[in-house]
Design a protein around this ligand. Sequence first.
Ligand code: GDP
Ligand code: MG
Length: 292
Amino acid sequence: SKQIKVSLIGNPNTGKTSVFNLLTGLNQQVGNYPGITVEKKEGVCKLPRGVKAHILDLPGTYSLNASSLDENVVIEILLNKKDKDFPDVAVVVSDVENLKRNLLLFTQIKDLEIPTILVINMADRMIRRGISLNIQLLEKELNTKIALVSARKNEGIDELKKLIESYATLPTKPCVDALTFAPEYFDRLKKAFPKQSIYKLWLVITQDVNFRKIDKSQVTITPDFEIKSESELKRFQQKETIKRYQFINDVLKKGVFVDEKAATGLRERLDRVLTHKIWGYVIFFAILLLIF
Ligand code: GDP
Ligand code: MG
């Protein structure tokens, strides 16, 4: 029977593998991607209404401006609809304490127009850090569905499974237009390849510069089309990143609240407890010394 193909994507250390383990339990295996030594973890998850999902735990990546082999694995899968690992739904795993950095990749994945779910993991840390979220607003601004998860406490995983099961109804449109800094260049690209998503085209071009080997079956670039110089493309990539961070900052300002007092108050209380303990030890050893 048909399985829903799910890719877990995210920065390193956001809890992808922890979420993967909760979704798949013991139904998992570890291998390698063909031809390279990057580890490949895949498994099966049974969803609430009985459908099965094939889950792929992709290597950690900071952005789709690939510079490493790990990142290139992710991009090649996401660019190639014919790849057997091309996902029906992308689950981007983020860490509630590092949303700004984590959302850079999220906005790029959204540009690929794949159904996407945002997992905000490490929810167990929110109280201690004084963080609260307006999930509804974040969902609207980021044009996505959000699962608030604590992999450590096994919370929010059922909600995530439900979202995966309803992947066909998830929003697929981008959340920010990041390629607005060179209108003339991108207009020309659009005209040359009217059927392609402009962001995919852009990825292939930059990817090609970084690796000179990508499978272009998805996007054909005619040899006579002028491709910018490497340094110019790098400058464009920087402008793209700046655009994305401007958008992310605006969204986070509206949807994330950090109560510094709650955070520091707790730290002070912790400090006090610790100081008490230290005094306890000092007195204890002083008494020991006195006895002997
Ligand atoms: P990956 O690099 O994205 O695969 O992340 P891992 O699953 O290996 O987790 C990275 C670290 O974060 C590990 O030390 C986990 O124990 C920890 N971690 C994962 N999920 C949670 C969570 O929900 N809460 C907390 N507090 N820590 C977590
Ligand atoms: Mg991992």
